[in-house]
Structure formats: structure tokens, C-alpha cells
Design a protein around this ligand. Structure first.
Ligand code: ADP
Length: 492
């Protein structure tokens, strides 16, 4: 069972499949090359034999004379070489008259069998010679050239000479056998080489897999070393390292969030406890009990608002929160929120002002727009030291018809460039001596981002450390903004 599973995973493995593809490709290539060589060899040998037969045909016509229907081979009896040549030419040959009657033929040609009279008549009528391949009874192939030769009176006779193709066939067969005898060995060697090469190619993948297996929430900061080849595997390693880096940041944020939540929850809890203890041990009068209860209730309210915020965000992000859109006069909504912040601003020694273009109508969810502005405003106030200024602006977007622009700007501590891309992430807080003094959960801007995107808008931040921050929200007004005319801005 274990062996079967081992074999199955080996067969499914990338290394095995790479080797198999390589071996298959190599085998097909080897066989194709073998067949091509075989065909070329056969063609070359046959072409040589054709050329030889062509020469012999010319020579035979020189030595053969036909007188009164009888063939006479003219050879100098004193020249043994000439006699030998004529003997060779007559080795495989035949001569027939125009009607197909056989006049003379060699023994070997007889074994091939006579040509049909119709064929002979056709060849003589065309006066053309041609090559053909014939076989004797034993299956030996012959290349034969047939054509017409004239006698002393110009009458045409059918003449054929041939050569055995056996040597050619044997040479080609010999080549084929010895070539294909090597093929299995070559394929085995290719398989071995392929296996080793594939092993080398997939080793870094194993490395990545092992590193991935070793990775836990605790050791995310140890990246896998690059190989330096700058190839696909290095890119994979880069992506993997980037992913673990992002995971590490998320883990850090969650850890930090747990600490922050505990801290945020502990402060009001400790206060409630203190107040209840005071009530229990030192309060004497109804008034003292009442004061302790009122204070405790305020802190309970603080606690439940933290829990509510967490719950709301998780509902928003999981799509359970649905916008209740109505046509709103955003200028007055913004004005109302700014009003509510005037007293806390004064208490902190901040100048809060607003420039509101009137009659900015939009289809939006009132509660969410109020929450959006409250979050931006409370951040501006939290991160601006006393003596600073905060502005709120709402107007039609001068760059985009049918859109409106909501801005909250302050002269506070600002946000360093490298932190700006992350501030809208859930639980993200900038950590530096100035921001550490301020309490928060890193959820306010996550809400802002969610509300803006749920309304189909965008939010951007513009900030210089030590100078201030400006948040710009752009929202589509829906079908209503275009019908109202712009008027003078009103400052409050
Ligand atoms: P928090 O509860 O920490 O304020 P937010 O999500 O509202 O969480 O903001 C995320 C971070 O962005 C803050 O921790 C703070 O560092 C930075 N930030 C937000 N608004 C401002 C601002 N007006 N001025 C400077 N820093 C800001």
C-alpha cells in the first residue's frame, strides 16, 4: 500500500513528468532521424544504380545490332575486357519484337518474367524509355530499364536491361538494424540524463516547499535565499518572500491589535472597578453612590462603543452592512458634525473652521457620512497639538462634473511618506513618539475607506511630517448634484 502510494506520487511528481517528456521527445527524434537517414540512404543508392543502368543502356545500344530480326552482339574477340563487358550487359536483359514476341532473354530476366505484349506495344509507341522495379519468384528486387532500339532498317524493338537491387536492400537493412539496435541504449542514457537534469531543475522547488513547511507565524521574518540566477524560480522565491513579508506585517498588526484592544478595554474596565470599589467601601450618601454609578456608566458606554466599532467593521467588511441611501444636503450634514466638534476643539485649544458650499445634494447614507467625517475630524484633532488649526471643506469637485469634494486638513504631526500607503489598513497605526502618546485602535481610517468605497468614491491623503495632513474624499453625487446651481461658499 505504501509502495503503491510512493509510486503514484513519484509518477505524479514534476521530476518524473519532466523526464518522461524529455525521453518521449528524444525517442521520437531518434526514430524520426533513423527513418530519415534510412530513406536518404535508400534514395542515394537507388539513384547511383539508376545512373549505372543508364550508362549500361548506352553501352548496350553500342554493342547490340539487330539484323533481320536477329540480335547480334558485336564484341572484338581479341579484347577480353570487351567480351567481359558484353557478358555483363547480357546478364539481365531481354529483346522482343513490336508484337511482343520474345527474341532473346537472359536466364535471370526469365526468372523476373516476360513483359506483357500490351506494355511492349505501349513503350514502342511512346518511344520513351523508363525505369521500373520488378521481382523474381524469390522476391529479390531488380531495377529494370525498358525502352525501344531500332534495327538496321529502322524498325523498333523492345529492349530491357536490369540490375539487382539486393545489395542496396541489404545495405539499408544493415544500417536500419544497427541503428535501431543503439536506440534503446540511447533512450536509456537520455532517461538517466533527463532524470539528473530534472532533479537539478526541481531541487530549488523542494527548497521552497521545505521552507514553506518550516514557516510558522513565529518565524515569518526569515526569507528564503535567492539563487542569483534571476530566473522563474528566483521570481517564485521573491513572490514567496513578499507573501511571507505581507503575512508577517499582518501578524504583527494582529498582535499589536490584541495589545491595543486589551489596553483600550483595560483602561475603562479599571476605572469601572475603581468606581465600584469606591461606591462599595467609601460611599455614604445616595449622592456619592449616584456619582460612582454615573461615572461607571460612562466608562461602560466607552467599552461598548469600542466593541460596537469592532463589530461594525467586521460586518462592513463581510458585506452585512447595507447602505441606507437618501438624498442629503451634505453641506448641512457636514456643518452639523463640525458644530459638534467645536467645544472639544476649543477645549484642546484648536481653531476649527469650515468652508461649506451650500446645496450640495447627494444620494448617501447619513449615518455613514457622519461617521466618515467624525473619524477624519477626531483624527485631525487627536494628532494636532494645541494651538493648531483644523479646516473642513465641502464643495463641488472643480475637476469632475457630478462629483463632490470633502476635505479635512490640519496642522498636526503629519504622516511620514513610508506610512501613508498603510494607514487605511485595518489595525494599522503609525508608531513614533508623537503618535504613541495618542490612543487609538487603528480602525478609524479603515471605516473611512470602507464608507468611501461603498459610496463609489475615493479617498487620498496628502501629508508632510511636522506640517500637517490633508484628507481628500471624492464622492459621486448620484443623479441629484447636477440639477442644483453652485452658490457662494459660507464659512462657519
Ligand atoms: P487610530 O485609532 O490610531 O487613530 P486610524 O485608522 O484612524 O487609527 O488612523 C491610522 C493612523 O493614521 C493613526 O494611527 C495615525 O498614525 C495616522 N493618522 C490618521 N489621521 C492622522 C492625522 N490627521 N494626522 C496625523 N496622523 C494621522
Amino acid at each position: 500500500m505504501r509502495i503503491a502510494r510512493g509510486t503514484a506520487s513519484l509518477v505524479r511528481g514534476l521530476r518524473f513528468r519532466l523526464t518522461l517528456s524529455y525521453v518521449l521527445f528524444f525517442s521520437i527524434l531518434l526514430v524520426a532521424i533513423g527513418l530519415l537517414f534510412r530513406a536518404t540512404l535508400r534514395y542515394g543508392l537507388d539513384a547511383d544504380l539508376q545512373a549505372t543502368l543508364e550508362e549500361e543502356w548506352g553501352a548496350a545500344k553500342g554493342y547490340l545490332r539487330i539484323e533481320r530480326g536477329h540480335p547480334i552482339w558485336v564484341a572484338d574477340p581479341r579484347d577480353p575486357e570487351e567480351a567481359y563487358i558484353v557478358e555483363r550487359l547480357r546478364h539481365i536483359y531481354m529483346l522482343a519484337d513490336a508484337k511482343g514476341k520474345l527474341l532473346e532473354s537472359s536466364k535471370l530476366y526469365e526468372s523476373i518474367g516476360p513483359d506483357s505484349p500490351q506494355d511492349i506495344v505501349r513503350i514502342l509507341a511512346q518511344r520513351k524509355s523508363e525505369f521500373r522495379i520488378r521481382q523474381d519468384a524469390a522476391g529479390t528486387p531488380y531495377l529494370v530499364k525498358v525502352g525501344a532500339v531500332p534495327d538496321d532498317r529502322g524498325r523498333l524493338f523492345f529492349f530491357a536491361i536490369g540490375r539487382s537491387l539486393e545489395a542496396n536492400v541489404r545495405t539499408v537493412d544493415h544500417f536500419t538494424r544497427s541503428y535501431f539496435l543503439w536506440v534503446p541504449g540511447l533512450i536509456a542514457a537520455a532517461a538517466l540524463l533527463g532524470w539528473l537534469l530534472a532533479g537539478r531543475a526541481v531541487r530549488p522547488l523542494d527548497m521552497v516547499a521545505q521552507a514553506a513547511q518550516r514557516t510558522t507565524g513565529m518565524n515569518l521574518s526569515a526569507p528564503i535565499p535567492r539563487r542569483g540566477a534571476d530566473d522563474e524560480l528566483d521570481h517564485l522565491i521573491d513572490s514567496f518572500n513578499l507573501m511571507t513579508e505581507r503575512l508577517r506585517q499582518s501578524f504583527d498588526q494582529i498582535r499589536q491589535f490584541s495589545t491595543d484592544v486589551s489596553h483600550e478595554l483595560r483602561t475603562p474596565l479599571t476605572a469601572i472597578r475603581g468606581q465600584l470599589e469606591v461606591a462599595l467601601f467609601t460611599a455614604r450618601t445616595d449622592g456619592q453612590y449616584r456619582d460612582a454609578m454615573v461615572n461607571a456608566l460612562e466608562d461602560v458606554e466607552k467599552l461598548s462603543s469600542i466593541v460596537r466599532a469592532l463589530l461594525l467593521l467586521s460586518q462592513a467588511e463581510s458585506g452585512q452592512l447595507v447602505l441606507q441611501k437618501t438624498v442629503l444636503d451634505l453641506s448641512s450634514v457636514v456643518g452639523d458634525v463640525v458644530e459638534q466638534f467645536q467645544i472639544p476643539a476649543e477645549e484642546k485649544g484648536l481653531a476649527l473652521s469650515a468652508a461649506l458650499e451650500p446645496d450640495i445634494l447627494a444620494e448617501a447614507d447619513r449615518t455613514q457620512i457622519e461617521r466618515l467625517l467624525s473619524n477624519l475630524l477626531s483624527n485631525a484633532m487627536k494628532y494636532t497639538p494645541s494651538g493648531g488649526r483644523v479646516w473642513v471643506r465641502i464643495q463641488r469637485d472643480p475637476e469632475r462634473e457630478g462629483w463632490l469634494l470633502l476635505q479635512v486638513e490640519d496642522t498636526g504631526v503629519g504622516i511620514p511618506k513610508q506610512n501613508q500607503p498603510h494607514i487605511f489598513d485595518r489595525f494599522y497605526r503609525v508608531r513614533n513618539p508623537e503618535t504613541n502618546k495618542v490612543q487609538g485602535l487603528g480602525l478609524g481610517l479603515s471605516f473611512v475607506a470602507w464608507i468611501v468605497s461603498a459610496h463609489g468614491g475615493t479617498v487620498a491623503v496628502n501629508s508632510e511630517p511636522e506640517v500637517g495632513a490633508k484628507f481628500t474624499v471624492r464622492l459621486p453625487a448620484g443623479s441629484v448634484l447636477a440639477t442644483t446651481q453652485p452658490r457662494e461658499q459660507v464659512a462657519v
